[in-house]
Ligand binder design. Structure first.
Ligand code: MSP
Length: 529
């Protein structure tokens, strides 16, 4: 089903452009970027796909509110997403915009395949619609005054109109089999259970067209109808596979690397990705993605974030104030990925100061200063094999070779960080215990060199494994250790890492000239961004 040349491909949702990017979109994209970087680090061809979802009533209304033509408004908003990703050191391989001319062809070709299966029919849609979710809601799920449970400040709207429907119910059995035979298809397992229970209750066909809506693609067989934004948006993942100069064609796009390895999404859009989307793909006779991972929601100081509550967290301000590595590190280290998590200013500051400024930054800085004084500013003339395997740092460093990739593969970012920080903390403790400054005074140069080599190599290894999360800090650490490796330059990364296997403890080349010791991360004050 899958070609051996298939890259590791990961998608974020395509974000609605009704407004500026919020912290939720930044969270998913940071995580997706870290995973993509982890795969690139292993030398695997990798495709990071993100983009913007630009059609539908929600966007049309936002453009109207700003008295702008929709395309114009989308162009501007989409630009804000692209700019934020750059600022957060996120470099997607593809940025898919659903208003792209080429996307329309892909959507049409896909629609016709589904139609040819007899899976599209005209019916009457009645129900409560949440424009913010772009989704019909069950009456029993609504809050008081018929407000949407996700957008609690918004009342749902009654709809009663002719719509085209997708025959989702036909795929009930096939979906149940999919979840049973591929228990890892939906992760984490709590989300899988949610989906399985939902499907068990019986699937209903869903409407895939709208009337009285102009901003979207016309239904290919009936231009009086506009395609439902989600039908069009999910296909953005396929269009994204086209090379920038390729002409649009469904088969051509698919041949570039379908199916996707991992769809990373928030828990609110799980049904679309784990139920509707696989059924649509089955209908079109296409292979399914390997995995859908639904992460949790962020709150601020324990409260749901929202404009009406006035407690939103602006990702742009956060990154301007603290820098990209700090923001990336906090969200991936502090929150168990998959569960809901909280942002709190004091915890943010404490976490970064403790891990990056004190544990990691100080360890590098003090060791480099000693190497400058005691070892002519060079890596001591040793190699990893000079150390016994039960050496306290080597033992931890070698264990990371399995622990860290396993954690990244499971999207357990906080587990990865914790394992790596164990090595860093052990390095600090080791340095304090071994007191190379006293050994130096006593004239025991060989021991001083062994101690410093062990610590410098451990800092290097920590920087290597943390590079998917804090790429600029890792680059700065590598630079001070005398390497010229830029973890943000993917095209040169494998070449500059060279023939040494950097995931192994003990590859730091003895005699390598060290860089100037400069603190890599300054202690943060408790500023309000
Ligand atoms: N346009 C659709 C996705 C289409 S994919 C083919 C969409 N866009 S969105 O911009 O509203 O949401 C994007 C993502 O942001 C979702 O994964 C959602 O879970 C996430 N988040 C929105 N608020 C969030 C938090 N407060 N916390 C964490 N993530 C949240 O849905």
């Amino acid at each position: 089903m899958t070609s051996p040349a298939r890259p590791f491909s990961i998608t974020t949702p395509l974000y609605y452009v009704n407004d500026l990017p919020h912290i939720g979109s930044a969270y998913t994209t940071i995580a997706a970027d870290a995973i993509a970087r982890f795969h690139r680090l292993q030398g695997r061809p990798t495709l990071l796909i993100t983009g913007t979802d630009e059609h539908g009533q929600k966007i049309q209304r936002a453009a109207e509110k700003h008295q702008r033509p929709p395309q114009d408004y989308c162009d501007e908003m989409s630009g804000h997403f692209q700019a934020l990703w750059q600022k957060l050191l996120i470099y997607p391989d593809r940025f898919s915009r659903t208003s792209d001319r080429r996307h329309q062809t892909i959507v049409e070709q896909f629609f016709r395949r589904v139609e040819a299966q007899g899976d599209i029919y005209l019916g009457q849609q009645q129900g409560w619609y949440c424009v913010a979710c772009e989704e019909f809601k069950e009456e029993r799920d609504l809050l008081e005054n018929r407000h949407c449970p996700i957008h609690s400040n918004q009342a749902v709207e009654w709809r009663d109109e002719r719509n085209y429907f997708f025959r989702l119910s036909k795929y009930q059995q096939a979906l149940e089999t999919l979840y049973t035979e591929n228990p890892d298809f939906i992760q984490p397992s709590s989300r899988r259970n949610e989906v399985v229970n939902f499907v068990k209750q019986g699937l209903q066909d869903f409407s895939i067209s709208r009337i009285n809506l102009t901003w979207g693609f016309p239904v290919p067989t009936d231009p009086d109808h506009t395609l439902y934004v989600w039908f069009d948006a999910l296909l953005g993942y396929v269009t994204a596979l086209l090379e920038p100069d390729q002409e649009p064609d469904l088969e051509v796009a698919l041949a570039q690397g379908w199916p996707i390895s991992l769809h990373l999404i928030g828990k609110d859009i799980l049904r679309f990705h784990a139920v509707y989307w696989p059924a649509m793909l089955m209908s079109a006779g296409l292979p399914l993605p390997d995995r859908v991972f639904g992460h949790g929601f962020l709150t601020k100081d324990g409260q749901k974030m929202g404009k009406s509550l006035g407690n939103t967290l602006d990702p742009w301000a956060l990154v301007e104030t603290y820098g990209p590595d700090a923001v990336r590190y906090y969200f991936l280290r502090e929150i168990e990925f998959g569960r809901d998590g909280d942002f709190n200013q004091t915890r943010f500051i404490n976490r970064l100061n403790a891990d990056l400024a004190n544990d990691l930054g100080n360890l590098l800085n003090r060791t480099l200063n000693m190497a400058k004084r005691y070892c002519q500013h060079q890596v001591p003339p040793l190699r990893g094999s000079d150390f016994p395997s039960d050496h306290p740092l080597k033992a931890i460093g070698e264990a990371l070779e399995e622990r860290v990739p396993q954690a990244y593969s499971n999207l357990a970012f906080s587990v990865a960080c914790e394992a790596i920080l164990e090595l860093v903390r052990a390095g600090n403790k080791y340095l304090d215990q071994e007191a190379p400054w006293s050994r130096y005074k006593a004239g025991d140069q060989a021991t001083v060199e062994a101690i410093l080599y062990g610590v410098l190599e451990s800092v290097r290894l920590a920087a290597y494994w943390l590079s998917p999360i804090i790429p600029s800090l890792s680059t700065a650490i590598y630079e001070q250790l005398g390497f010229s490796v830029n973890f943000n330059d993917f095209s040169s990364l494998q070449v500059t890492l060279g023939v040494q296997d950097h995931k192994c403890w003990g590859i730091l080349p003895g005699g390598q000239a060290l860089g100037q010791p400069v603190p890599i991360f300054r202690t943060l004050e408790d500023l309000n961004p």
